[in-house]
Design a protein around this ligand. Structure first.
Ligand SMILES: [Zn+2]
Length: 205
């Protein structure tokens, strides 16, 4: 069905990757994000957006690392043609396809819409692009993505983009806690030799 189907993994795949960093007690490594520039926009827009996306996630305690190769999560910036081929249904500026139980690891941002919103609100395009990418990444990390405030609002208003310019369009505390729990808590809950989480310690003493 979807051309990227082979790339789509369930959320445990991401957790498994994060666990490869080292011992369970070690500080979790950065979440690796690839941004594929299918729309062939200026790389400067993407570089500027990356700085802002990193700040948005750092505010909730999640470190991002932008990579060109293998990543934990991927955002593809689509041209208008690319978006039309996808027959997408989703947010104004992007979409994150996923199954009922699986979380996908690829989401899409629509460059056409990003530039329209930036024009319409006279906002810097990198600010809008960053908000759109941070939002779609949020869908890959949250079960119930949207909220009435913050970067996970279903549609961003002018006032939201003004907040974004001041670095204040962020995840809610609850969303931050949910993402950190998904990414990190399962690592520290991994079984260790002296703590049997199954409770099956019969005969061990
Ligand atoms: Zn959304």
């Amino acid at each position: 069905m979807a051309p990227e189907e082979a790339d789509v993994k369930g959320f445990p795949f991401v957790v498994a990757l994060l666990l490869t960093a080292g011992p369970a007690a070690a500080q979790p490594r950065a979440l690796r994000i690839q941004i594929a520039n299918d729309a062939r926009i200026s790389p400067d827009f993407i570089k500027d957006a990356q700085v802002q996306i990193s700040r948005i996630y750092a505010a909730t305690g999640i470190e991002l690392e932008f990579v060109d190769g293998q990543s934990d999560l991927k955002i593809t910036v689509l041209s208008r043609d690319g978006a039309e081929k996808m027959h997408h249904a989703g947010d104004l500026m992007g979409f994150a396809p996923h199954g009922d139980t699986d979380r996908a690891r690829i989401a899409y941002v629509l460059w056409d819409r990003v530039s329209q919103v930036a024009d319409g609100y006279s906002a810097p395009i990198a600010v809008v692009l960053a908000a759109a990418i941070a939002h779609e990444l949020g869908h890959l990390l949250l079960v119930d993505g949207h909220s009435a405030i913050g970067v996970m609002r279903p549609a961003l208003r002018q006032v939201d983009l003004q907040s974004a310019r001041r670095g204040r369009l962020l995840f809610t505390d609850r969303q931050g806690a949910e993402m950190r729990e998904r990414l990190f808590t399962q690592a520290s809950a991994a079984p260790t030799s002296d703590d049997d989480p199954t409770g099956n310690n019969e005969g061990t003493r």
